[in-house]
Write a protein that binds this ligand. Structure first.
Ligand code: ZN
Length: 237
């Protein structure tokens, strides 16, 4: 019996959803999730087209050694070291999504954080969406994917990652996360919408100010934290 069957199925479904939500073209994205009890992650295999992907092809990787521990003959996503670095540093994170969704990637390529301009942003993100510093030559030339994880950790260390479940990697693209794979994909969808809206709003008024802080906090806190009251109580995170 495969004790990771359920985890693989959840990760498979979340990967397929990246495609159906229109967040990725070709194979430019991946979803992983962690089983903290067994200290393993499940992640998309490298380079398999989405229309051919099957749940049993999801790769299980050891959190500590980074080695695939259940051999199905497939290599994990090349971005696996980035995912592992985030799981090792942030115990709150249960699943991670990486895409090259167009508008979030535009901000990443510009090496700019996404400012909070309205309540759509504030409902999910309590701060601007941070952008990492550019990586130096050594970081790019050796252990590139691991170092991508390290610059993300460097940028968001000391914050609660669930209060802003997204980051932009400069010159590259977005990573989002959540408690579950569904939650992490939903945050990737919201991030893309927020990124598009911010660009359009800046086109209308290039000098637009951020949403007032009181309104930002009001919207974030009514959905998150101890005083949340939006939606049904079982769906609040
Ligand atoms: Zn990428």
């Amino acid at each position: 019996m495969d004790i990771f069957k359920n985890l693989k199925e959840k990760v498979f479904e979340a990967n397929i959803r990246l495609k159906t939500e229109g967040l990725i073209v070709l194979t430019w994205g991946n979803v992983s999730a962690i089983d903290r009890e067994h200290e393993v992650i499940a992640i998309k295999p490298s380079g398999i087209p989405y229309h051919l992907l099957k749940p049993e092809q999801i790769v299980i990787v050891d959190l500590k050694t980074s080695a695939p521990i259940v051999e199905n003959g497939l290599a994990p996503s090349s971005d696996t070291p980035t995912h592992l670095e985030l799981y090792r540093n942030f115990p709150e994170i249960g699943a991670i999504v990486h895409t090259h969704s167009t508008y979030a990637t535009v901000w990443s390529q510009a090496c700019m954080e996404i400012p909070p301009l309205g309540t759509t942003h504030a409902d999910t993100f309590s701060t601007p969406i941070p952008c990492t510093r550019p990586m130096n030559k050594e970081e790019i030339m050796s252990d590139y994917e691991l170092n991508t994880g390290k610059v993300i950790v460097e940028r968001i260390k000391g914050t609660n990652p669930l209060h802003c479940p997204a980051v932009l990697v400069s010159h590259h693209g977005p990573f989002t996360w959540g408690i579950t794979p569904e939650n992490a994909v939903e945050n990737a969808v919201i991030l893309e919408q927020v990124a598009q809206m911010a660009i359009l709003t800046r086109q209308l008024i290039p000098t637009i100010s951020n949403i007032p802080g009181t309104l930002l906090l009001k919207h974030f806190q009514r959905k998150h934290g101890p005083h949340a009251y939006y939606g049904q109580s079982s769906s609040r995170k």
